[in-house]
Design a protein around this ligand. Structure first.
Ligand SMILES: NC(=O)c1ccc[n+]([C@@H]2O[C@H](COP(=O)([O-])OP(=O)(O)OC[C@H]3O[C@@H](n4cnc5c(N)ncnc54)[C@H](O)[C@@H]3O)[C@@H](O)[C@H]2O)c1
Length: 267
């Protein structure tokens, strides 16, 4: 795995759950982390600086508010030194278990505002900073490789729900928002390639987090019947793909989606 030593990442929704695990995975490989979230960091984020000897910061931010995102990204960038921004992970998201015919406009709008527009705003604010920064110095031996590849990476967290319905939940609007996330990765990748920025999405399957812990009976069914590996994902199961997409081992991977679903889609 290529090193992330000295790199700087901004992650939304890293106060807990998947975002926190992705932050820990990047930090373990030497990356400094800024967490943009509406809630304060839980202990597993707060301990990253001590655990991995990297810089971290928390900036309160509602990703559904474009101005808030723009200010928070600038503040986080400055707090982590103001010289580098290598990785953006647009992870913050919400879900609502509500049948299609009962979904109110307010519920649908909130889901789109956070899950789809929140991802779009964060990727845009981070890309603007990445583009205005001079490229980091390269070691001589790496020069040829660096010229033909991209060291900056934007990772969007989509979902298995962007590939198929989630039959055990009322998830029509959630699925639609995640489809939007998956669909925005290719055009963003296309437009940002000339700036040396790669853009990909990750589609997790069913993961054990606060988002799904509210439905223990559904979790049991997912684990039993809807994965090949007969268990839910733990948040740590997502770290490998995120680290891969963040680093230069994935220098030729852009505009695509990677499913991390224990075989659910393939069943
Ligand atoms: N848990 C799963 O099974 C699963 C499956 C596929 C995809 N995902 C996606 O993974 C991502 C993380 O989900 P999770 O399971 O860790 O959920 P979670 O609820 O545990 O964590 C979500 C985080 O996002 C933050 N957040 C919510 N709204 C926000 C906003 N408006 N602005 C800033 N931060 C906000 C929350 O405060 C929280 O820290 C989401 O995008 C989710 O849709 C989750």
């Amino acid at each position: 795995m290529s090193s992330l030593q000295g790199k700087v990442a901004i992650i939304s929704g890293a106060s807990r759950g998947v975002g926190c695990a992705l932050a820990r995975g990047l930090a373990r490989n030497g990356c400094s982390i800024a967490n943009l979230d509406v809630i304060p960091p839980e202990a597993s984020f707060a301990s990253i600086a001590d655990d991995f000897k990297v810089a971290t910061c928390y900036v309160r931010c509602d990703v559904s508010d474009a101005k808030d995102v723009s200010h928070a990204v600038e503040a986080a960038f400055k707090e982590l030194g103001g010289k580098r921004l290598d990785i953006c992970v647009a992870n913050a998201g919400i879900n609502k278990n509500v049948p299609f015919l009962d979904t109110t406009p307010e519920q649908a709008q909130e889901l789109f505002n956070v899950n789809a527009l929140g991802v779009y705003y964060l990727a845009q604010a981070c890309a603007r900073i990445m583009i205005r920064l001079p490229p980091p110095p390269t070691h001589e031996g790496e020069e040829r490789q660096a010229k033909s590849s991209s060291s900056k990476s934007i990772i969007l967290i989509a979902s298995i729900a962007s590939h198929q319905c989630v039959p055990l939940q009322g998830s029509s609007a959630y699925c639609a928002t995640k489809g939007a996330v998956k669909a925005m990765a290719p055009p963003l990748a296309f437009e940002l390639a000339k700036h040396g920025i790669r853009v990909n999405s990750i589609s997790p399957g069913y993961v054990r987090t606060d988002m799904t812990n509210a439905y223990p009976d559904i979790q049991k069914k997912w684990a039993g019947n809807e994965t090949m590996v007969k268990r839910l994902a733990e948040v740590e199961d997502l770290q490998g793909v995120c680290n891969f997409l963040a680093g230069d081992d994935s220098r030729y991977v852009t505009g695509t989606d990677i499913l991390v679903d224990g075989g659910t889609r393939a069943m």
